[in-house]
Write a protein that binds this ligand. Structure first.
Ligand SMILES: Cc1cc2nc3c(=O)[nH]c(=O)nc-3n(C[C@H](O)[C@H](O)[C@H](O)COP(=O)(O)OP(=O)(O)OC[C@H]3O[C@@H](n4cnc5c(N)ncnc54)[C@H](O)[C@@H]3O)c2cc1C
Length: 350
């Protein structure tokens, strides 16, 4: 078996990359271990055009969003299922500090197209300190997207549910790779936080964080908006919301989830003025890097070995753009700017 690309991992990174290669008519195989708690499978799936306490909104972000919208529409068309939804985000201030930061950072920017300073009050949201609304935002049903892409790839014989064993990968002397009885010209690792177990790329400075998410049922809440107050509520089907999430950077073990859940419960009761029921708890590990930017490109010693990772807490909006960029890098030698390239971390390689 001789294949041009082997992709390892099918979270958002691997899914978007596989879809881009499909579009280009390329020959590839994707291997994924289908871990239920993979970051992409538990993610809330939300995005906004303005992020962080510094209210960052810029041309680059607009570009990420427009490519994401275009790509998710193409995926919906291919998998015959709606997975990408636009919603306004009603953001109620959780603390005085948050309100002051908003006043400081929003004042000097022209955010008029993005932010409505006088949103309609939301019933059942406690709103002591005021609120604003982000008008360019939405959500991706990440799990449905992944399952849809898996099905698509299975139908084309391009998917294997299998754990890839790094110690069985052997360079074949002509720049390609042998794995078991297969031959690949290139290999692309999209392994999320499990990159720590990858002997070729584990020197990259990752800063993973564990997050807990709750599925809640709150039938009284309107479902046309994303609701935020310390915690984010993302509407799902039939009165259900995904509520989250926490950031645990020290203890990445499941033992830390109990404390995460407590934090979310506290935030929910500070936010909601209606009854709700917690139905399920999930958790996963975000693959963030030290400088919070994605990392992609080829291995410094192995030009036919690539990585696509570091999507951190913004995989929904970043994955489509960077999948495209990586394909152009591999196939057209288009440059990846140092801000996002493996190159920026070469000093960390022993
Ligand atoms: C609680 C929580 C909430 C989040 N909320 C949001 C949100 O609202 N918006 C947003 O944009 N992002 C959110 N994120 C972040 C988002 O999930 C990530 O940015 C993104 O999904 C990472 O995708 P990935 O493909 O890089 O990694 P992953 O999703 O981790 O996927 C990697 C895949 O590769 C597989 N794999 C690894 N090693 C191997 C191997 N050796 N063999 C076979 N398979 C392998 C893994 O099992 C997994 O299936 C959230 C994350 C968490 C944990």
């Amino acid at each position: 078996m001789n294949v041009k690309y082997l992709i390892i991992g099918q979270g958002l990174a691997g899914s978007l990359l596989a879809f881009e290669l499909l579009k280009r008519g390329d020959d590839f195989l994707l291997m994924d271990d289908a871990e239920k708690s993979a970051s992409s499978r538990v993610a809330l799936g939300g995005f906004t055009a303005v992020y962080g306490k510094r209210m960052v909104a810029n041309e680059e972000m607009n570009n990420f969003i427009s490519i994401a919208q275009e790509t998710y529409a193409e995926i919906e068309n291919s998998i015959q299922q709606k997975v990408f939804f636009k919603h306004h985000t009603y953001q109620s201030f959780a603390t005085e500090t948050e309100k002051n930061e908003f006043d400081t950072y929003s004042v000097n920017q022209s955010l008029n197209d993005i932010i409505n300073l006088h949103p309609e009050e939301q019933a059942y949201i406690r709103n002591e300190l005021g609120a604003y609304e982000i008008q360019i935002s939405g959500r991706l049903d990440c799990l449905s997207l992944i399952m849809g892409i898996t099905k698509l790839l299975k139908n084309k014989n391009k998917y294997r549910e299998e754990t890839f064993m790094h110690n069985q990968l052997i360079g074949n002397g002509d720049g390609g790779w042998n794995y078991k009885n297969m031959h690949f010209e290139n290999i692309i690792f999209c392994e999320g936080y499990k990159n720590i177990d990858n002997p070729f790329f584990n020197w990259l400075p990752f800063a993973p964080s564990r997050g807990v998410v709750l599925d809640i049922k709150a039938p009284l809440l309107g479902q046309n908006k994303i609701l935020k107050k310390g915690i984010t509520l993302i509407p799902a089907d039939q009165g259900m919301f995904k509520a989250g999430s926490t950031y645990e950077r020290e203890d990445l073990s499941p033992q830390s989830d109990a404390a995460g859940r407590k934090t979310l419960e506290k935030q929910l009761s500070a936010m909601l003025n209606c009854t709700y029921e917690i139905v399920k708890q999930k958790s996963g590990i975000r693959p963030g890097t030290k400088d919070r930017n994605p990392v992609l490109g080829s291995h410094p010693d192995h030009p036919s070995m690539y990585i696509f990772n570091g999507l951190g807490s913004r995989g929904v909006i970043l994955a489509p753009y960077f999948a495209l960029l990586l394909c152009d890098f591999m196939q057209k030698h288009q440059e990846i700017s140092k801000k996002y390239s493996v190159q920026r971390f070469l000093k960390d390689k022993k």
